[in-house]
Design a protein around this ligand. Sequence first.
Ligand code: F6P
Length: 319
Amino acid sequence: MKNIAVLTTGGDAPGMNPAIRSVVRFGILKGLKVYGVMRGWQGLINEELKELGHHSVSGIISQGGTMLKTGRCPEFSKREYQERAFNTLKKYSIEGMIVIGGNGSFTAAHNFGTTYNVPCIGIPASIDNDINGIDLTIGSDTAINTALDAIDNIRDTATSMERIFVIEVMGRDSGFIALSVALAGGCEDVIIPELKPNWERICEDIVQGNIRGKVSWIIVVAEGAGSAGQIAKKITEKTSLETRPVVLGHVQRGGRPTAFSRDLALRLGESAVLALLEGKKDLAVGLCCGRISEVKFEEAIKKKEIKAEYWYNLIKSLT
Ligand code: F6P
């Protein structure tokens, strides 16, 4: 193998840049020519790629986002676009690809790689931590810490002004961020897509707590389970207590990657290059039970179970 390509796809995650740095520098060390594809699959379709040298990745290790840009590309599921992407690979004699992204990115890599017999290795990077069989994706630690900082700040106002806050965090299909920050932030309740909320109990807890003299609450909601605005309105109606909504939104996706997200990214970049050189394909490298391991794409893209009830019960038992 002489030429490989690296791209980032899906939502950006803090740590994608260190992963690119690792792939480029380790790839060059192993005698490979490394191409960076711009804008994910779109760049492969449109032949937007360039060779990356050692210095091209200088200074990105501490930056969030991705120097290669990223995006979602629904049309890549169509044969016509895959064909164009394959032609780009042939033109540049690219024999293997490293795909940095989340669940949707690996689904696309699996389909494309198996259809055209292109060795693809995935590096899990998504704030949602949605890759099955892998402990933590690149970026999830950073996103949790960013959301937690915000919650700690809001707690100051909640306590001082004796208010209820409903804080919406990211997670369209997953309560992972919500559960992690609700536990670490000592929050009073959490609403996630995996568990049906019991509104009667949530509001009764608040009313009873208020009778005992409790005056502030923080309730975390994952975006996939409802909107902070509607939930705050519902709580005010049922409890007659002032409830304010806060949507953290894309604040959680950006920012300097934590040491954990960087180290993980740098280690996985090396493992992904080695996997390609060893002739492996159709799999992701990732942290599994604390060790760098390999998970077949077919397994990695299955719905990840997050032991929601265990987390929820722990959060509730500590409030
Ligand atoms: O996949 C990561 C994620 O941040 C989800 O948690 C969120 O629902 C989605 O991306 C938002 O995507 P976009 O930035 O495209 O609106």
